[in-house]
Design a protein around this ligand. Structure first.
Ligand code: AMP
Length: 185
């Protein structure tokens, strides 16, 4: 599989949300055949469910840019395992979540298969996705809508509250080096 540029949405709305997001980015740095090549700011965002109803717990959201040779299916499987590792309750997936990953874009690929739709079908409708995406790569072209992230953001109807936070993401857990010196005996 050639290297592809992938954008992954991250979100947390329970516990220490900043810490969960930092951990998620650290774990993405450790994925096989992959490098994290960009991270947006974190944004505190109003919860809105797919039916437009307001939820209770506000989220921290961000977007990570990953260059990877993993297949989309393999990446999704690892991300779902990582969600579980960070404490996601699979039986109440719409409840409060320590970590939610969405594969937003996978290069210029269109994927429509059971359990995986890319580009993410609600990417262009959500302010909490488009604000960090446009911060990270404003000129990136959406593969099916054929316009840039900045254009999508400017055309957006979503008036939900999305506030950019001033502190830097991911600084607490930098990735370990691939090889460290063994302890001397
Ligand atoms: P959520 O509850 O928002 O984490 O949705 C997870 C479900 O959406 C899982 O069953 C995934 O298989 C499915 N899904 C479909 N497309 C995507 C995508 N692009 N990224 C992440 N999950 C997806």
């Amino acid at each position: 599989m050639p290297q592809e540029i992938v954008f992954i949405g991250i979100g947390s709305n329970v516990g220490d949300r900043q810490d969960f997001c930092d951990r998620a980015i650290t774990l993405m740095n450790l994925l096989p055949l992959s490098q994290v090549t960009g991270v947006s700011s974190y944004y505190e965002t109003e919860p809105v469910d797919p039916e437009g109803r307001q939820g209770e717990n506000w989220f921290y959201n961000g977007v990570v840019r990953l260059e990877t040779s993993l297949t989309p299916e393999c990446l999704l499987e690892i991300l779902q395992e990582t969600e579980r590792g960070l404490g996601r309750d699979d039986t109440h997936r719409s409840g409060p979540r320590p970590m939610d990953f969405d594969i937003l874009l996978f290069g210029q690929h269109h994927i429509a298969q059971e359990g995986l739709t890319v580009p993410h079908p609600r990417l262009h409708l959500r302010r909490f996705v488009l604000e960090p995406l446009a911060e990270l790569d404003p000129a990136y072209i959406h593969p099916t809508l054929h316009c840039s992230m900045n254009d999508l953001l400017e055309a957006l109807d979503d008036t939900s509250c999305v506030t950019k936070l001033s502190f830097k993401p991911g600084s607490k857990y930098s990735p370990r080096p691939a090889c460290s010196t063994p302890p001397s005996s």
